[in-house]
Structures are given as C-alpha cells and as structure tokens.
Design a protein around this ligand. Sequence first.
Ligand SMILES: [Zn+2]
Length: 111
Amino acid sequence: MTSYMTKRDAVLKDPAASFWLKTAISALERRDPVDAFNDAEALRKIAFVRMETAFRSPDFGAGADYHCARCGNAVMTDPQREDMQIKTRLCTGCWLRACEELRERRMGRAA
Ligand SMILES: [Zn+2]
C-alpha cells in the first residue's frame, strides 16, 4: 500500500477524526493532486486567520454548550460525539489525552 493510502485509511478509520475531514478526503480524491494541494494550502491560511479572529472576539465561547473540564476551552456539542461529550465534559483533545493516560496506567499496572 502507498504511503498516501496508509495515511488516508488511518484517518478514515479514526473515530476521533471529524466527518468534515473524512468528507474532504473523498472530495480531494476527485481533484487533480496539484490543484487540490494548492487549494488546501489556501484553505489552511484562511482557516488560520478565521481561528485567530475567533480567539480575539469578545464573544469567543459565548455560543459554547459547555467548557472543557480540563483545559477550559469552549466546546460546541457535536452530534457525532455528543455521547462522549455529555459523559465526560471534555473537549476532544483532552478526551483523547485522557484515554491515552488511562491506557498507559492499565499497561503500567499489568507490567
Ligand atoms: Zn480540553
């Protein structure tokens, strides 16, 4: 399998990867590789400015459904992750780190 196929399959199988990203991958594969890469670079730059603008906004987090119990980041409930979000009150990043820490503790105990 090519490096691209390996990376692509890893994202598509990752339950933590967003539906948006998975949809973008299938859209990517319908484009010319060079054109798609250039457009993705342009999108990354636009997304960065949008994120910075959102962080500076006094309303940042105002529309959030809750704040992460670990890092305090504002979190909007995502229908794909709602069960996990309601149970843990964590953002996705903290939830993944918590899972990794739990796995490491279990492995440490088993050793
Ligand atoms: Zn968090």
